[in-house]
Unconditional design. Structure first.
Lengths: 288, 367
């Protein structure tokens, strides 16, 4: 799930307003966008790229990026997986959970990976990005050795900004998204970064609600690379959904406190506020 | 969205699952009439879209229509687990031989549907978690009779319980449920199974295709209701520092910064996603929070353009001229334009670090 400059990306919904805006920026950052899929616009050329009716016509590609509304995600994702996508990035928020379960079950059968839904996407500074992150902003992203995993695009942006301000760059940003049932979990993102030779340390941005951080902690224990984490939602009251479908405290294990303890016991450093992330990396001996 | 027991049972009945005879009543007279028509002992149950109703006194037994009317009077108009009781369900009282627990939900770890069943149902089912049997279902298939049969092997109720689970799974699937729970599922002395209660939570993201209208949560304040009507995700909290940020994660982190600086946030208000263009409406709403002493604006634009959000904030600030001070931190997409705009129109310079803006807001609120 680490995006590479060699990955061929096809954008579903490329001709829409947001699809166009972000595809243009992705191309500007060096992303290898090879075309778009939009059944109603099949045959047209947009941003210098061919627009096709479905994945079968889109030619060879590895990554499907879905700029489609939530109700259209299921059909687009199944099309992409059927057409050979290795990785499907689902940006839409409010995708029905049963639709995602169908997409994920299909992906498992076909050996494909899904990132999202409700993710801001993937960024590999210097190589490209797929999603809605300010990868083109050198104050937020620059090539480096820190892998960043985030449930949130906005908090991920703030953390990356703090890293760059302190002199750190990123080896990869993996937005796993704010849904309660994500296609890729924090743990799986950590596994990819642990295996990535260009990543020296990991910043994990979690949230209250669900069990993703506890699950990730089980792997942090076995990691060679240092993990510095921030968990959003310390000030959030229980029982209120804090914007993300996954960010609601329903049980004891889902509180900020429980997650902090699980991660600390596994050997991660958990900081109190995002501005403390760079200093924590420095204390772990990670050079800028 | 939580459906009420009555709404859930209507769906169960349509899916071929037995439910007790009964009807809704909105007054004591109606409750007595339903009890009269049913004949014999009844149960009077407050209809609120929430669990733990029994423990809160929302379920009462009546031997006569007069007693049923008395229970209806005691329940109607009161608050149970945060919801006003507008209707009661009057049902024939069941002769239960055994209380079973049956449910279908999403297993977030397996990222698949899971069927749960336990021979020890009832209100203490959480304490009996050890007796719970679980079956993960492949969502690309149906739940087969054979798989359901294997799950309930050896349990009282046997084959009819397996058949009921197959129908329960089909109902969960057809209605885009997050949770469909029958507890207790009553095994009667004649061996039949009847859903004595039903908790059905429909996926909020699927309400439209299910033909359902979102129901405002009961605990909402007037401001929260207004925000919901505007399509904004807003929670009123009890602090005095108003917080406006974009994106759920950043908004939560901003509340944390306020608390970390020793203050208390007055609200959660997210204008992420396409709602970023609504900064104007969001701020106007936020400024009406009672006891507000300072406002903290933290924008970190990725998808959301900070120049668009800052323009909205500046417009509202100049129009309403609030007396509370405002502190900004603005970064990301459109940052340069946003900073210039705030300097020009409001004469303020945003803090570089969001934490510093939070600290300044907390100090101002304490003065």
């Amino acid at each position: 799930m680490i995006l590479r400059g060699s990955d061929r990306v096809v954008v579903w919904g490329m001709t829409g307003r947001q699809g166009s805006f972000w595809t243009e920026r992705m191309i500007g950052c060096g992303t290898r966008v090879v075309g778009g899929v939009q059944p109603a616009r099949a045959g047209m050329v947009h941003l210098g790229l061919p627009v096709r009716g479905d994945a079968a016509d889109a030619g060879g590609f590895e990554v499907a990026l879905l700029f489609v509304p939530p109700a259209a995600v299921r059909a687009a994702a199944l099309d992409a997986i059927g057409g050979g996508a290795r990785l499907v990035v689902v940006l839409a928020e409010f995708v029905p959970v049963q639709d995602m379960l169908v997409v994920l079950a299909t992906a498992r059968r076909r050996g494909a990976r899904v990132v999202g839904a409700n993710t801001a996407g993937l960024v590999t500074p210097g190589e490209g990005f797929a999603g809605i992150m300010p990868a083109f902003n050198p104050r937020v992203f620059r090539p480096g050795r820190i892998g960043v995993v985030s449930r949130s695009g906005s908090l991920g942006t703030l953390a990356c900004l703090n890293l760059v301000r302190a002199g750190y760059g990123q080896s990869a940003f993996i937005g796993i998204g704010g849904d309660a049932v994500p296609g890729t979990t924090s743990r799986e993102a950590l596994q990819a970064l642990e295996a990535d030779p260009r990543t020296q340390a990991v910043v994990l941005l979690g949230e209250i609600g669900g069990a993703l951080e506890q699950d990730a902690a089980g792997f942090v224990r076995d990691m060679r690379k240092p993990v510095v984490a921030f968990i959003a939602g310390a000030a959030a009251p229980p029982g209120r959904r804090m914007g993300h479908a996954g960010a609601i405290i329903d049980g004891v294990g889902e509180t900020h406190e429980a997650k902090r303890i699980a991660l600390e016991e596994a050997g991660a450093v958990v900081v109190a506020t995002p501005a403390d992330l760079p200093a924590a990396l420095e204390r772990r001996g990670i050079p800028t | 969205m939580n459906l009420t027991e009555f709404e859930g049972k209507a769906i169960l009945a349509a899916c071929g699952i037995g439910v007790p005879e009964g009807r809704l009543a909105g007054s004591a007279a109606e409750a007595a009439a339903v009890a009269e028509a049913l004949g014999g002992p009844v149960v009077v149950k407050a209809q609120v879209p929430a669990g733990r109703r029994g423990k809160a006194g929302g379920v009462r037994f009546a031997a006569t229509p007069a007693e049923a009317a008395g229970h209806a009077v005691a329940l109607l108009g009161t608050e149970i687990v945060g919801h006003t009781v507008r209707r009661v369900l009057v049902e024939r009282r069941l002769e239960i031989r055994r209380e079973i627990y049956a449910a279908v939900t999403v297993d977030p770890g397996a990222r698949a549907p899971v069927v749960l069943v336990s021979a020890a149902g009832g209100i203490e089912v959480e304490a009996q978690a050890g007796d719970m049997r679980r079956l993960q279902v492949d969502i690309l298939d149906e739940l087969s009779d054979a798989a359901a049969g294997a799950l309930v092997a050896g349990l009282e109720g046997g084959a009819s319980l397996a058949g009921l689970l197959v129908r329960l799974y089909a109902a969960w699937r057809r209605h885009d449920a997050e949770l469909l729970e029958v507890n207790p599922l009553a095994l009667l002395s004649d061996g039949s199974l009847v859903a004595a209660d039903c908790k059905l939570v429909i996926d909020d993201a699927a309400l439209e295709r299910q033909g359902l209208m979102a129901r405002a949560a009961s605990e909402t304040t007037d401001l929260e209701r207004e925000a919901a009507a505007l399509g904004l995700n807003f929670h009123q909290l009890d602090g005095n520092v108003g917080v406006l940020a974009n994106g759920a994660g950043l908004t939560m982190a901003t509340l944390d910064m306020v608390r970390h600086a020793g203050g208390a946030p007055a609200n959660f208000l997210e204008i992420g996603g396409d709602a970023y263009t609504r900064a104007k409406e969001a701020l106007a709403l936020l400024l009406r929070l009672p006891g507000l002493r300072a406002v903290l604006v933290n924008f970190c634009g990725a998808y959301a353009r900070t120049d668009v959000m800052a323009a909205g904030v500046a417009e509202v600030w100049r129009a309403l001229a609030p007396v509370v001070p405002v502190f900004f931190s603005v970064h990301g997409t459109g940052e340069d334009e946003a900073l210039a705009l705030l300097r020009q129109r409001l004469g303020v310079a945003p803090f570089d670090l969001a934490e510093d803006a939070a600290r300044a807001a907390v100090e101002a609120a304490a003065r």
